[in-house]
Design a protein around this ligand. Structure first.
Ligand SMILES: Cc1cc2nc3c(=O)[nH]c(=O)nc-3n(C[C@H](O)[C@H](O)[C@H](O)COP(=O)(O)OP(=O)(O)OC[C@H]3O[C@@H](n4cnc5c(N)ncnc54)[C@H](O)[C@@H]3O)c2cc1C
Length: 318
């Protein structure tokens, strides 16, 4: 019962009580580095791998009723988990399901890999998701942060989102509700949970779509880390209508401040892309955070621009 004290909300909570509340699905002291593409970070006091809508709803309702702090994760490809972990419940939303519905539309569980959705759309000769080829993580995570690349964003193809509020009530909303912006959505404020989505695509030519996907994957393979541990771009690009895709790439500014020569412990800047921080296998999350802060300061000192994290931090970094 050594974990009892770590759950700050309720000091008389024990692992036994937690098991009574959540059932056999509950894990205790789960290593979160296994669930982060940085492969760093500490433990979650409690962890649930929710594979269905029912399991997710049940977990959220129970956490809400018992006033237990919780967060959700998807594929863990945009997370920096503190070395001291998270003192609460982590729910990994892994709701599966990928099917065609009427009128060139697809319904997809939030836990599906974004890349599986891209492949499914191409197999069904549907156009509109090619931009997402090679973006890591789940469909839920992509919707939460409005993932995008090469001028496309997930918001462009969404028609409906099944959400779960923090009390465990479901509702269906339109994309307007989510107020999508650049790597942003209203869900970052409400912290509602995405369970599944519907997407509307256009009829396309399967061979051409596959060629486009292959092309994007080849471009990514040349520019992005394939083997190393990272979370993609660390900082958001800067809106600028004069730039391609309307964004000034932060990597360019970071190059100019000599980012590629800076490292902290096992955290390094990727040699082919200055906006990607990699863990060489020995980094702690503290190393990564410190390196990011140095880079941020350098860009501010040289350009007067304050960089904003694209990567989401979990836990305490103080
Ligand atoms: C090599 C590499 C390349 C990348 N390239 C790109 C790119 O080109 N474009 C881009 O946009 N991103 C890119 N990323 C970042 C990452 O892939 C995306 O941000 C992705 O959408 C995150 O999804 P995830 O499921 O891994 O989310 P996680 O990392 O698990 O979580 C990220 C956030 O989403 C929330 N979240 C996750 N699932 C849900 C859910 N079901 N309901 C509510 N909230 C949820 C979490 O609470 C957290 O706040 C890249 C990452 C890597 C490693």
């Amino acid at each position: 019962m050594e974990m009892t004290e770590r759950l700050e909300v309720n000091s008389d909570m024990t692992n036994e009580k937690m098991h009574d509340i959540f059932g056999a699905i509950l894990e205790v002291e789960t290593d979160l580095s296994k669930y982060s593409s940085f492969h760093t970070g500490g433990k979650a006091s409690y962890f649930i791998h929710a594979k269905t809508v029912g399991q997710t709803v049940q977990a959220v309702q129970s956490a809400s009723n018992e006033n237990i702090p919780f967060i959700v994760i998807g594929g863990g490809s945009n997370l920096l988990v503190s070395d001291s972990g998270y003192n609460g419940l982590v729910i990994k939303v892994d709701v599966s399901g990928l099917q065609m519905i009427a009128n060139e539309s697809i319904e997809c569980g939030a836990g599906e890999d974004l890349m599986s959705l891209v492949n499914f759309s191409v197999e069904n000769s549907l156009q509109g998701l090619e931009f997402a080829a090679g973006i890591w993580g789940s469909v839920g995570g992509a919707v939460f942060g409005n993932a995008g690349a090469y001028g496309g964003e997930i918001k462009d193809v969404l028609t409906e989102i099944l959400l779960l509020d923090r009390n465990g009530k479901t509702k269906i909303v339109t994309p307007e509700y989510c107020k999508f912006g650049y790597r942003d959505s209203y869900l970052k404020i409400t912290k509602e949970i995405i369970l599944s989505v519907k997407l509307k695509l256009k009829k396309g030519n399967k061979t051409k779509l596959q060629a486009k996907v292959d092309d994007i994957l080849a471009t990514r393979a040349a520019k992005h880390p394939v083997e190393q541990f990272c979370a993609g771009s660390f900082f958001k690009n800067i809106p600028d209508p004069n730039e391609k895709y309307g964004k000034l790439p932060v990597g360019r500014l970071l190059e100019e401040v000599g980012a590629k020569n800076i490292s902290v412990g096992g955290a390094k800047v990727f040699e082919k892309h200055a906006n990607i921080i990699i863990n060489d296998g020995t980094a702690t999350s503290k190393d990564i955070r410190e390196l990011a802060d140095i880079l941020k300061q350098k860009v501010f000192d040289s350009f007067g621009i304050t960089l904003e994290d694209e990567v989401i931090s979990i836990g305490n970094f103080l």
